[in-house]
Design a protein around this ligand. Structure first.
Ligand code: DQA
Length: 137
């Protein structure tokens, strides 16, 4: 089974960025732990701060991988292009947010991408990525 995790803008700063909201753990170590926990799954990780690169990655893996776990970060709330890319591909996408977007500012309550996803996990910290992985098993 091949799963692609895609993280959007500012998520390269996990561990140092607003730790009271996003925690202290860098994502790279967390992904390594996931790979150890699920050795039979190929878990690929991609992060970009650039909207078009996220779309290119969705296109690249979206016809061959078994699942995509997407945290489009702030683009969740703004990007019709990412929402369209999710609708255009064959691989199911599960949306993840580390924080609970519904418990935060009103502008975060809208997810353009979520409507084209199989499901959305929000507010479970980094654990949300593992729960999304489980959903594909
Ligand atoms: C986020 C929530 C978004 O509103 C925010 O812009 C992010 C991270 C999350 O994982 O909680 O960058 O997607």
């Amino acid at each position: 089974m091949k799963i692609q995790i895609i993280n959007g803008p500012n998520l390269n700063l996990l561990g140092v960025r607003e730790p009271s909201i996003y925690g202290n753990e860098p994502i790279e170590g967390y992904i390594e732990k996931l790979r150890e926990q699920y050795p039979i799954i190929q878990i690929d990780y991609f992060q970009s701060n650039i909207e078009g690169e996220l779309i290119n990655k969705l296109h690249e893996v979206g016809f061959s991988y078994d699942g995509i776990i997407l945290n489009a970060a702030a683009y969740t709330h703004t990007s019709i292009a990412i929402a369209d890319a999710i609708a255009a591909i064959k691989t199911p996408v599960v949306e993840v947010h580390i924080s609970n977007i519904y418990a935060r500012e009103e502008f975060r309550h809208v997810s353009y991408s979520g409507r084209n996803c199989r499901g959305v996990l929000t507010g479970f910290g980094l654990n949300g990525y593992r729960l999304a992985l489980e959903s594909f098993l």
